[in-house]
Design a binder for this molecule. Structure first.
Ligand code: PLP
Length: 396
């Protein structure tokens, strides 16, 4: 067998480990007594349009066509609808012939990275980052290079980024709104990143791709805007998913797109199709492909997450925790009151609070709190957070 795969299958991610612990603990002491903030599984139901469209599809469409294979890159009408929506909404300048439907953002990423990378190449990740990125990159034989964030703003440290990009860099992978901090890359930062990549490409005579992982694009709070990256840098691949915006993570539907503004777009798209083939994806689930046109621009009721965010930020700050106030996604990044976030999480576990330590996000000393949970659970968990803060003697 492949020892590396065995290791991946044996050693779960910190998030999955805690999620499984939570299930066990709930069976022991009751669901209502465990405050599980471990995983990004949306708690708000999918909007009604999802059920209506699925019922329509199931009752009014020829079942043979509905459940059959589609083109490997996805149904042409569905891709056209996506391109139309992105061009109208963001002026993204995308082409439906460069869109590829996938089983969620995870597959969009593995397909893109497989399409672009060869062993020995380097991929730059901005810490903190979604831990699976490391798994997705390393299986191609490429190497991860990490760049820290500014600890105040959680925007990337531009000097460190400038140093991290070498002749071997093939990809800069960014995630905005960010898991685990909720930070959104500002337009100013995006412009700086684009200018830096252009300069490095020119100096080295190489091609550097910007991969934008955007499953949280619609989850932003206040008047925060998420720049659409094809408008700033030509060699861009956008990886999108309906898992979070429509609360459909188990259905596995998303897409990637290669920006037509890049002169090598056609070749890279061919490599994307090849990667999808080599990875055995065949096509994205047809029923959920056909759902997409009716749901573009629609979301679940995101106000629930906005309310949860308010509630947690206010309460945790009042208890004395240092909270990174998130602009988007549904995660709160909180500084551990002791240097070892794992020890802090173990103490939290004693109060039945399940928080994810940040080490595997490439930024030790913090915890991630997923607030895509029920507001009721958050309210019931607050006394435990207060006790946790008091046990460290935090100033209130
Ligand atoms: N990228 C980030 C940053 C995520 O947080 C997640 C899931 O939590 C994914 C990708 C994978 O999402 P999907 O369910 O669309 O595969």
């Amino acid at each position: 067998m492949n020892e590396k795969m065995k290791e991946l299958g044996t050693r779960r991610s910190a998030i999955r480990e805690l999620f499984e612990y939570g299930k066990k603990r709930k069976a022991e002491i009751g669901d209502e007594n465990v405050y599980d903030f471990s995983i990004g599984n949306p708690s708000v139901p999918a909007p009604e349009i999802v059920r209506e469209t699925l019922v329509n599809l199931l009752t009014k469409t020829d079942p043979v066509a509905l459940h059959g294979y589609t083109s490997a890159q996805g149904d042409a009408k569905v891709r056209a609808a996506i391109a139309d929506y992105l061009n109208k909404t963001y002026g993204a300048g995308v082409d439906s012939n460069l869109i590829y439907l996938t089983v969620g953002a995870a597959a969009s990423l593995t397909v893109s990275l497989t399409a672009l990378l060869n062993p020995g190449d380097e991929v730059v990740l901005l810490a903190p980052f979604f831990p699976e990125y490391r798994v997705f990159v390393e299986r191609t034989g490429a190497k991860v290079v990490t760049v820290p964030a500014d600890p105040e703003t959680f925007q990337p440290d531009m000097d460190a980024l400038q140093e991290a990009i070498t002749e071997r860099t093939r990809v800069l992978l960014v995630n905005s709104p960010n898991n685990p901090t909720g930070a959104v890359l500002s337009e100013q930062t995006v412009k700086k990143i684009a200018a830096l990549l252009c300069e490095k490409q020119k100096n080295y005579g190489t091609a550097i791709w910007l991969i934008a992982d955007e499953p949280y694009r619609e989850l932003v709070w206040g008047d925060v805007k998420v720049p659409y990256l094809t408008n700033y840098y030509d060699r861009t691949i956008v990886c999108y998913s309906f898992s979070k915006s429509l609360s459909l993570p188990g259905e596995r539907i998303g897409y990637l797109l290669v920006s037509p503004k890049s002169k090598d777009a056609a070749d890279v798209y061919a490599a994307v199709c090849g990667a999808g083939r080599a990875l055995g994806f065949v096509c994205a689930p047809s029923l959920f492909q056909y759902l997409i046109p009716a749901c573009l621009g629609k979301t679940s009721d995101l106000s629930v997450y906005a309310g949860n965010r308010e509630l947690l930020v206010q309460a945790l700050t009042a208890y004395g925790f240092r909270v990174i106030s998130p602009d988007g996604a549904f995660y709160l990044f909180v500084q551990s009151p002791e240097p070892d976030a794992n020890a802090f999480c173990e103490r939290a576990k004693g109060l039945e609070l399940l928080l994810v330590p940040s080490d595997s996000f490439g930024c030790p000393g913090y915890v991630r709190i997923s607030y895509c949970v029920s507001t009721d659970m958050i309210r019931r968990s607050l006394p435990a957070f207060e006790k946790l803060a008091a046990s460290y003697g935090l100033p209130t």
